[in-house]
Ligand binder design. Structure first.
Ligand code: SF4
Length: 379
């Protein structure tokens, strides 16, 4: 049995979406896994599947419900695109997930990687995948030292991934991985059909190959301190042979993250709190949040900031919590303050809605503001 697939069969994590080849399940997992770690995704995926078990249920769901199910995963454009994709599948494909690669690729929010993952995992079609994990494995395996973000190098990596998965489609699963890798690393010419193989351990060789490359990058060929001694393709790896593992992939110098300060204000009147919904067309559109002001200078005057955010000057401000998080290249420090209101006085005419905690917990909040909300439990 070839080492790569054998390694995958023995070491692949038991993830809930791997227990099915239902394209809808694969689609949801692949969209959730973009920019998000597996351990974070698992409970979200399970909850999502219980709530919206098929394309039709997703197509009919109210946007607020989808945002609540997605709350905390971030990059909310993903969930809005999933909704539009499901509606398109219902309208254009009668509710059946399309199996044609071009139709999958045409769905909103689906790029070449996700289309390849769905086509190969759910439909066993020899379409390549190239995510960060696969890029790392291929650049090391083939000893590619140019930046994989360069268009020419990126196109070359897609070609390699395609050659591998095309080779896999012609082979029995037991011969798939290592024979294809060996042929390509030796550059002995285009892939040829394999000799007859032994009983296949898996009915889906292209799915197994793509997933084994992704899994190898996630578990063994990691960005730092890869475990080459445990690697099933170490004998074929050019970077290991040439002692260049730590230098690859050559991603160049990353831009330094930009620090950003935010102040948020918690106003409580009796059992009700003031919250606002973010408008369409901005980051975290349609999600709820406490009144706040973004992109503050380091020396921002807190009282003036509060007046700009609220439209009135608060009597006093008490620090509630500091929340640190990252969005794309920004490292954000959010300080939340409780705003004292005059007891028995008129509620300030600040824009937004005054809602009790029970209602707030049902609304989808931007993740940093959800953490502020969690601080208010028990008040
Ligand atoms: Fe990655 Fe090391 Fe395996 Fe090469 S031998 S593919 S560098 S884990």
């Amino acid at each position: 049995m070839p080492k790569l697939l054998e390694w995958f069969a023995q070491n692949a994590r038991d993830l809930p979406w791997r227990r099915t080849d239902d394209p809808y399940c694969v689609f949801v997992s692949e969209i959730m896994l973009q920019q998000t770690q597996v351990k974070t995704v698992v409970p979200y995926w399970e909850r999502w599947m219980r709530s919206l078990p098929d394309v039709g249920a997703l197509a009919k769901a109210a946007p607020a419900r989808l945002h609540k199910l997605w709350e905390g995963l971030g990059y909310y454009t993903r969930v809005r695109n999933m909704h539009r994709a499901a509606q398109l599948i219902v309208d254009a494909h009668g509710g059946s997930f399309p199996s044609r690669y071009e139709d999958i690729l045409a769905l909103p929010g689906i790029g070449r990687y996700t289309a390849g993952a769905i086509a190969s995992i759910a439909f066993n079609q020899p379409k390549p995948v190239l995510d960060g994990n696969v890029i790392r494995v291929l650049t090391r395996l083939f000893g590619i030292d140019r930046n994989p973000r360069e268009p020419r190098i990126n196109a070359h990596l897609w070609c390699l991934a395609e050659e591998l998965v095309t080779e896999a489609s012609t082979l029995q699963p037991s011969a798939t991985g290592d024979s294809a890798v060996a042929r390509l690393t030796s550059r002995a010419g285009p892939p040829k059909a394999s000799p007859a193989a032994v009983t296949p351990p898996s009915p889906h060789p292209v799915s197994a190959l793509n997933q084994s490359l992704m899994e190898l990058g996630a578990l063994v060929c990691t960005p730092r301190q890869p475990r080459c001694v445990d690697c099933p393709v170490q004998g074929l790896c050019r970077a290991r042979r040439e002692n260049r593992v730590e230098q690859l992939p050559g991603l160049g110098v990353r831009a330094r993250p930009t620090a950003r300060r935010v102040a948020a204000f918690v106003l409580q009147d009796g059992q009700r709190f003031l919250v606002r919904q973010r408008p369409a067309g901005v980051v975290n559109a349609h999600l709820w949040e406490f009144p706040n002001l973004d992109a503050l200078p380091d020396d921002a005057d807190l009282r003036k900031t509060a007046r700009r955010a609220l439209g009135f000057s608060p009597r006093s401000l008490t620090h509630l919590c500091t929340i640190r998080h990252s969005i794309t290249r920004y490292r954000i420090t959010l300080d939340a303050f409780r705003v004292a209101l005059r007891s028995g006085g008129k509620r300030p005419a600040a824009p937004g809605r005054w809602l009790p905690l029970t209602a707030l917990r049902r609304l989808p909040f931007a993740s940093a503001h959800k953490r502020i909300l969690d601080q208010l439990d028990g008040v």
